[in-house]
Design a protein around this ligand. Structure first.
Ligand SMILES: [Zn+2]
Length: 263
């Protein structure tokens, strides 16, 4: 059966490359993470990736939800780092499961927790952009430009909640449907996704590099706008991808710690 899944994954990754959803390196990374998932947590784990990635692509098409090209550094095709920032920890938990099958509950919880974080963050930013209100900075409460990291809206927070709920719901149906604590798992993963997304905003508001264009004054993640931009906050090595990596890592960690404490 394994060969069937490998061929299936190759076809999906080639399609995503041809449809320009992933760069070449991005699709190779997706194949590796997908392969690790099939071998570790099993082919059902691919369903969670499908929920996350499918919803990200669909939400990216919603009118008005288009990434603000003035502000955000990367948009369009996802590169290898972006793919790893979203799915890397899930792939890692899956690989570890091959070597430590006795830790299955903990590692599957890490797998689900990291993807709950990834989907919460994606839904929050894509749906949050539809908000009528200007976002406010999560810490300073000052109004910020749309698309600038650290900015949150009520709609975005609700979307983070909804995204975690959908992903957690599918995970419960796969792994914890028959257990008496399935509701507990559901609430737990919603909490993990929501908190990880909050952490993403806090890091975005503090350590992530933010730049200003000296010509037009816009706040942006880009190093170049009308002219070369000037850093006004954070560290230049802390890009949006690095913050995402922290967010999904926190999701995986919370998932694993929660599994040890509560289950
Ligand atoms: Zn400018």
């Amino acid at each position: 059966m394994m060969i069937v899944w490998v061929v299936f994954l190759i076809i999906i990754c080639i399609l995503l490359y041809l449809l320009q959803k992933l760069t070449f390196a991005g699709s190779v990374t997706a194949f590796i993470i997908g392969g690790a998932t099939v071998v570790g947590v099993g082919p059902a784990g691919l369903l969670l990736f499908a929920v996350f990635f499918g919803s990200s692509i669909l939400l990216g098409k919603v009118k008005g939800a288009a990434v603000d090209e003035e502000v955000v550094e990367k948009h369009g095709k996802r590169d290898a780092f972006q793919v790893f920032a979203n799915g890397g920890y899930a792939g890692l938990c899956s690989v570890l499961l091959v070597f430590f099958p006795s830790l299955a509950t903990i590692l599957v919880a890490g797998f689900v927790g990291s993807l709950a974080a990834a989907i919460a963050d994606t839904w929050a930013s894509e749906i949050g952009k539809l908000s009528q209100d200007k976002p406010i900075d999560v810490l300073t409460r000052k109004k910020v430009e749309k698309g600038v990291s650290g900015g949150v809206t009520g709609l975005g927070m609700a979307a983070a909640f909804a995204g975690s709920f959908v992903l957690a719901g599918v995970a419960i149906l796969i792994w914890w449907n028959e257990t008496s604590v399935s509701y507990l798992w559901l609430f737990f993963f919603i909490f993990v996704g929501f908190v990880a997304n909050l952490l993403d905003s806090i890091l975005g508001s503090t350590v992530q590099g933010l730049y200003q264009c000296p010509n037009c004054g816009i706040h942006t993640e880009k190093l170049h706008h009308c002219v070369k931009t000037v850093k006004i906050r954070g560290f230049s090595f802390v890009t949006n991808d690095v913050v995402n990596l922290c967010c999904t890592g926190a999701g995986a960690l919370m998932g694993m710690i929660g599994a040890v404490i509560f289950f």
